[in-house]
Design a binder for this molecule. Structure first.
Ligand code: ZN
Length: 183
């Protein structure tokens, strides 16, 4: 089931989300719905607060798009993060162009460490502590920000944020069109 996505201005996006407990009702179904919602919106990551659930749950998956055939290939970097926690930032900081389903039409270069050591549980409640890099590390950091009530534009310079002010206000005032459902 595709869930509506909330945009900037919705209070849930600014809350610190609560840990997921093992007895959380219908967790498997929620995870499946989050993947469906994320892929439907052409997203590569989705945090539960973006579907108005203030819990520490994230889905990640990168679906390659083939322009010639207008089809999607098998997703890579597929992960479910339950209660993820960054234990250590490593390596150099680098810029990478980010977007967010809750901030449609805004794409900005964001500076983040290239590698992190992260602890999380997966959808089978298997525990992981791993050093990760690349796209997985980038998306995980963006999504963990959501769990802490932050969005990627918070990490931009004040000047850059001022320049984006009108577009951000349009999102708050629900004046943007998206091909996926927002509430
Ligand atoms: Zn986001």
């Amino acid at each position: 089931m595709i869930l509506p996505i909330i945009g900037l201005g919705h209070p849930t996006l600014r809350k610190v989300a609560q840990p997921v407990t093992k007895d959380y009702p219908n967790l498997k179904e929620l995870i499946a719905n989050m993947f469906e919602t994320m892929y439907n919106a052409d997203g590569v990551g989705l945090a539960a607060p973006q579907v108005d659930l203030s819990i520490r749950l994230v889905t990640i998956g990168v679906r390659p798009y083939n322009e010639k055939t207008d089809t999607y290939g098998e997703p890579t970097d597929v992960h479910v993060l339950i209660n993820p926690e960054i234990l250590e930032f490593k390596g150099e900081k680098e810029y990478f162009n980010e977007g967010c389903l809750s901030l449609p039409d805004i794409h900005e270069d964001v500076l983040r460490p290239e590698r992190i050591v992260m602890h999380w549980w997966d959808e089978n409640w298997e525990e992981h502590t791993e050093e990760i890099d690349g796209l997985f590390a980038r998306i995980a950091q963006h999504e963990i920000d959501h769990l802490d009530g932050k969005v990627f534009t918070d990490r931009l310079s004040p000047l850059r944020r001022t320049m984006l002010k009108r577009r951000m206000n349009d999102i708050v005032n629900k004046k943007v069109r998206t091909k996926y459902r927002m509430k």
